[in-house]
Ligand binder design. Structure first.
Ligand SMILES: [Zn+2]
Length: 551
């Protein structure tokens, strides 16, 4: 058996692992690369395999970095079934259609610009119609059942505690007269959450592919983050500010609604200013996802099921509003009353939240609360890393609001829980592959595992193939350095755009002095920018020379 790690190898996103047995070829997930533009460009690369030759796929969950390239797979000839839970199938459908719509809008916006400059017109990665065409391939499998995919391969999906419907995948694979067991963790959640059951502990595997998003960090608990969130809301509202939460439409948004719902319930007669505070869910995708969550309430833990039995409506409290149209969304920023706006995207790189950040990020009365993983290269990552300015919708915005990062809301387990989950295996798996993490967390987690459990892990760092029979590992592609150079160029582009804006102000507002516009620290930044440009130029020259030599 061979495993090819095609995505989530050098970053957290783009999960895609190809398994080749003596008779079958199948995929575990097929997700989009997300984060910096440099990384997202990888979505346009051809698959490393022929999609028509893939017999079937198993999908761990409906996050777009796990399912987002399915429409491409189907477009290029995949005709197999996609095994996943019923909730994952239902949510993937709306996620993929939304993603197709975003790609169409992106391209049409870019094409308007390139048309005027006489450049060729781009095609969307895939369209909403391409995405809708995938639904017929989804095949729901219930949690906990042994399901025979074919005479050689049996599957079991287990609760992952990550998002509604997410699964930890167990596979029993026969080759000749030998049977081995492969476990793919998908994304593992934290234990003791408000709504989902704890991740299932798996006791046996020959081969394990495991996520390590937070392999080097310890979070506060979900309940602690919930309490902090309410404190932040109360504090911000009392100083007349607005709370903006860039939130993932799927999972995080429903967790926040539930947190507020519990708070409002406890304070039924709360006659202070909070009573007047409106909470807006400003994401059509989150609104649709919330509906699916309501319909699939049987996936939740007993506490939630009891609420439903009592007749409580889930994801409802009187101050909650779902905004639908763009006009309603825009109107939120004209209304000066303190409020809570929960909008996607979760990493603040796209979607309606960008408009709200443009409006509230520079105001010191506001609070911006991040509630999930912020990938490298995203606006969210820049803000939580303490950047003083960020570029949003092509404008340089000052970061003056109070910034919070509540990791307890994260859908991912922290280092301690990942370790606890791994120690659930009665015996050490023959091979443990660490994926779905940035380099540092992956390596740090491998060290922790070695120190505490004494197991050796294989840190998957690039697109690579591992032959389990002869234990040979082949690096297939050095995507990392390609992405690095592109990333540097994009940073330089951002800096040049900043400089352009500043010069624009300088030249169009004659009343302001050069010193006001270019304080000493900015002058230093600009001189380091010219040095960066020089370095990037040398790198590009080296890449071009290397290509010339290869040809
Ligand atoms: Zn996920």
């Amino acid at each position: 058996m061979k495993i090819k790690f095609l995505g989530a190898a050098m970053s957290v996103t783009g999960s895609c692992h190809l398994i080749t047995t003596d008779r079958y070829k199948f995929l575990l997930d097929c997700g989009l690369f997300q984060g910096s533009e440099a990384l997202e460009e990888l979505n346009y690369q051809e698959f490393d395999f022929d999609p028509a030759e893939i017999d079937f796929m198993i999908l761990s969950h409906a996050h777009i970095d796990h399912c987002g390239r399915i429409p491409l797979l189907v477009k290029h000839g995949f005709k197999g079934q996609i095994y996943c839970t019923g909730a994952t199938a239902e949510i993937s459908d709306i996620m993929l259609q939304d993603s197709g719509n975003i790609h169409e809008m992106d391209v049409s916006w870019k094409n308007k610009r390139t048309k005027r400059s006489g450049q060729p017109q781009a095609q969307p990665l895939y369209t909403q119609a391409d995405a809708a065409a995938c639904l017929k391939y989804f095949f729901p499998v219930a949690y906990g059942n042994l399901f025979e995919i074919n005479p050689d391969i049996t599957l079991r999906l287990n609760e992952a505690g990550h998002i509604l419907g997410a699964a930890i995948i167990e596979l029993w694979i026969k080759e000749d007269d030998k049977q081995s067991k492969l476990v793919y963790s998908g994304d593992i959640g934290m234990a003791n959450q408000r709504m989902l059951n704890d991740p299932t502990i798996i006791s046996e595997a020959d081969y394990l592919i495991m996520e390590t998003t937070y392999g080097d960090r310890i979070h506060e608990t979900h309940l602690e983050s919930g309490k902090h969130f309410i404190d932040i809301v109360l504090k911000t509202i009392s100083r007349g500010g607005t709370v903006v939460v860039p939130s993932f439409a799927l999972g995080r948004t429903q967790d926040l609604i539930h947190e507020l719902e519990l708070f409002y319930e406890k304070h039924e007669n709360f006659q202070n200013q909070l009573d007047k505070v409106k909470v807006y869910i400003d994401s059509p995708l989150a609104t649709d996802a919330t509906e699916i969550f309501r319909r699939n309430a049987h996936y939740f833990n007993d506490k939630v099921k009891e609420r439903i039995k009592r007749g409580d409506e889930l994801f409802y409290f009187r101050n909650l509003n779902f905004t639908k149209s763009i006009d309603q969304s825009k109107a939120l920023n004209e209304n000066t009353a303190p409020k809570v706006i929960i909008a996607s995207s979760g990493m603040a790189d796209a979607g309606r939240v960008q408009h709200h950040l443009k409006h509230y990020l520079w105001k010191s009365k506001s609070s911006i609360v991040f509630v999930g993983y912020q990938a490298e290269g995203t606006t969210g990552r820049a803000i939580i890393s303490g950047e003083k300015y960020v570029r949003i919708l092509r404008e340089r915005i000052a970061v003056n609001a109070e910034i919070y990062f509540l990791e307890g809301f994260s859908a991912h387990a922290d280092r301690n829980y990942l370790l606890e989950w791994l120690s659930g295996f009665k015996e050490q798996p023959k091979k443990i592959f660490l994926v779905h993490g940035e380099d540092e967390p992956k390596k740090a987690f491998a060290n922790t595992v070695k120190n505490i459990l004494g197991y050796d892990c294989i840190v998957v760092e690039d697109v690579s193939e591992y032959n389990l029979d002869d234990e040979e590992q082949i690096i297939l592609d050095d995507l990392k350095s390609q992405v690095e150079v592109k990333k540097q160029l994009l940073e330089i582009k951002d800096n040049l755009e900043d400089m352009h804006d500043e010069l624009d102000i300088l030249l169009t507002q004659p009343g302001r002095t050069i010193k006001e516009i270019f304080p000493q620290e900015r002058v230093e930044e600009i001189s380091s920018l010219t040095r960066d440009l020089e370095k990037a130029y040398i790198k590009i020259k080296a890449i071009i020379n290397e290509k010339d030599q290869q040809q």
